[in-house]
Design a protein around this ligand. Structure first.
Ligand SMILES: [Fe+2]
Length: 252
């Protein structure tokens, strides 16, 4: 049975709702969430609640920051972090509901392994923090150190750039993969798969990105969603910097 693997929703309920519609069309109801459900966007509570039923819920740097401290957050990220924290503590809502939101955050894990499949937010070396980006394929020491910690397959998010990396130091973007990638054809190679971002794509394509996995084949999906609504909500909330809306229009 297939599973949907999503990352970096960033409080974008329009994008997340579109993923759920697409999952329903595909008959998929299992979901793995690779972290950063919250931060940047205007609907942190709604997105967390929608993901309570995730089979795996990984902690992203934004969850870590809201629960502990976001020491490396830039001023724009920090502004949205403080606003997000206030939303999650807001006394406009039922106290039990706030408790459930924080409780869900508290259940999130940094790394989950299921057989030879690993899930984490950034990288298996530094789960909530390390970025893996296409240029890293030239940094063989970094990539070898990461692959040393992977049994076979590892799904990540964090960079917001959908991409695959294999342990023979090759890499590809999803548009080069045709109908997907068949894990059985990897032989001895290991694979690191970034599913891209649901709620804040940064590869120049504003469409949301996620993946499905049936145990053998990984497929990437890009979908249009109503980002104008998300943009308008961010503009309407003065504590969230407008920059975080503008980037949704261009996928940067
Ligand atoms: Fe993120």
């Amino acid at each position: 049975m297939s599973i949907a693997i999503i990352a970096d929703v960033h409080a974008n309920i329009e994008a997340l709702g579109r993923v759920f519609e697409d999952m329903a069309d595909r008959g998929i109801n299992r979901i793995v969430c690779l972290g950063d459900v919250i931060g940047y966007g205007p609907n942190p509570r709604e997105c967390l609640k929608m993901l309570y039923s995730s089979e795996v819920a990984i902690m992203g740097n934004h969850e870590e920051a809201v629960m502990f401290y976001g020491e490396d957050f830039n001023p724009k990220a920090r502004a949205s972090l403080e606003w997000t924290k206030d939303q999650l503590n807001s006394n406009e809502f039922d106290r039990t509901e706030n408790y459930d939101l924080w409780n869900f955050l508290g259940t999130m894990q940094q790394v989950v392994e299921d057989g030879d499949v690993m899930y984490t937010h950034g990288s298996p070396r530094v789960p909530t923090r390390e970025y893996v980006v296409p240029a890293d394929i030239r940094n063989q020491e970094k990539m070898a150190g990461i692959f040393d910690l992977i049994t076979k397959v590892c799904f990540i998010g964090h960079s917001h750039i959908p991409h695959i990396y294999t342990s023979d130091m090759k890499h590809a973007s999803p548009d080069k993969l045709g109908s997907g990638i068949d894990i059985r054809k990897l032989g001895d190679r290991k694979i690191l798969i970034n599913t891209g971002s649901v709620g804040q794509p940064r590869d120049g394509d504003p469409r949301l990105s996620y993946a499905t996995f049936d145990g053998n084949i990984v497929r990437f999906h890009r979908l249009q969603y109503d980002y104008q609504t998300t943009v308008d909500k961010i503009y309407a909330e003065e504590r969230i910097p407008n920059f975080l809306a503008d980037r949704l229009l261009v996928g940067r």
